[in-house]
Design a protein around this ligand. Structure first.
Ligand SMILES: Cc1ncc(C[n+]2csc(CCOP(=O)(O)OP(=O)(O)O)c2C)c(N)n1
Ligand code: SF4
Ligand SMILES: [Mg+2]
Length: 268
């Protein structure tokens, strides 16, 4: 494992600590865990967790993780992605993963900027936010990750904060959940998002209770104070449970009985 190189005060240190704590407390052996990421500051996470890891390309962590899950559905898969990665370039994969109910944990590091590329506006930057790419203020309405996840069929939707010690507990619940679980983490980025500091978050967040009713959950997700905790959780069959070839035995444990000689001969 390597030593993290994030800026001093970066929320990614606490997200890393929360992931490690969750895995330790759930007593999940390292050999049964795969961490998949895209590209971004926080996407360096697989280098720092004792588990299998795959650092992919920007926005494509979820398709890689989906493939890995279908190959070995006994693995605990944690996907980490920045807000740009998750809700911008990877936004299409996000909504399809929600509706498929792929059984994995999606931890998004939401600092409302593109950190790695030095602070441009991201899909979750609030309207009017001044960044290196929008010096007169962002024009677009931001994505609300929680509303998006609920409406697209995610079965576990939560939000944590990188400075809040309850984050590990939320991640633990997400890992235990059977189905697609989102933990959107409000992440401190002291280098490029000086507006959203701990004082701002303390004033603008509130702890909430879990809802089963999607309309009530959306109402809370859309309220002016950002919710913290598990907002929405329901039961629904996961994708791999419904896939007959792997519902009993993972693909990697099955013997390959197909004779491809005929196919090769036809081809040649
Ligand atoms: C296909 C592609 N487009 C753009 C980039 C450049 N790029 C690298 S990271 C990044 C944004 C990172 O922002 P975010 O996902 O929010 O992660 P953070 O750095 O804030 O943790 C961009 C645009 C890239 N690597 N690949
Ligand atoms: S730029 Fe922001 S997100 Fe990236 S390492 Fe520095 S503080 Fe963390
Ligand atoms: Mg970001």
């Amino acid at each position: 494992m390597k030593i993290p190189t994030w800026c001093p005060g970066c929320g990614d240190y606490m997200i890393l600590a929360a992931i490690r704590k969750s895995l330790q407390e759930l007593k999940i052996p390292s050999k049964d865990v795969l961490i998949v990421s895209g590209i971004g500051c926080g996407s360096k996470m697989p280098h720092y967790v004792k588990a299998y890891g795959f650092e992919g390309i920007h926005g494509r962590a979820l398709p890689v993780a989906t493939g890995a899950k279908l190959a070995n559905n006994k693995l605990h898969i944690i996907v980490v992605a920045g807000d740009g990665d998750a809700y911008g370039i990877g936004g299409n994969h996000f909504l399809h993963s929600c509706r498929r109910n792929i059984n994995l944990t999606y931890i998004t590091q939401d600092n409302s900027v593109y950190g790695l590329t030095r602070g441009q506006t991201s899909p979750t930057s609030p309207q009017g936010m001044k960044t290196n790419s929008t010096p007169f203020g962002a024009l677009e309405q931001p994505v609300n990750p929680l509303t998006l996840a609920i409406t697209q069929g995610a079965t576990f939707v939560s939000q944590g904060a990188s400075y809040n010690l309850k984050l590990a507990d939320t991640i633990k619940q997400a890992i235990k959940h059977k189905g697609f679980s989102l933990v959107n983490v409000l992440q401190l980025c002291p280098s490029f998002n000086k507006h959203n500091d701990i004082q701002w978050f303390n004033k603008n967040t509130k702890q909430i209770k879990t809802q089963k009713n999607k309309y009530k959950a959306i109402e809370i997700a859309e309220s002016s104070k950002l919710p913290l905790g598990v907002l929405y959780q329901i039961k629904r069959k996961t994708y791999d449970e419904q896939e007959p070839q792997i519902s009993k035995t993972p693909l990697v444990k099955q013997s390959l009985k197909v004779n491809i000689n005929k196919m090769l001969n036809d081809f040649i």
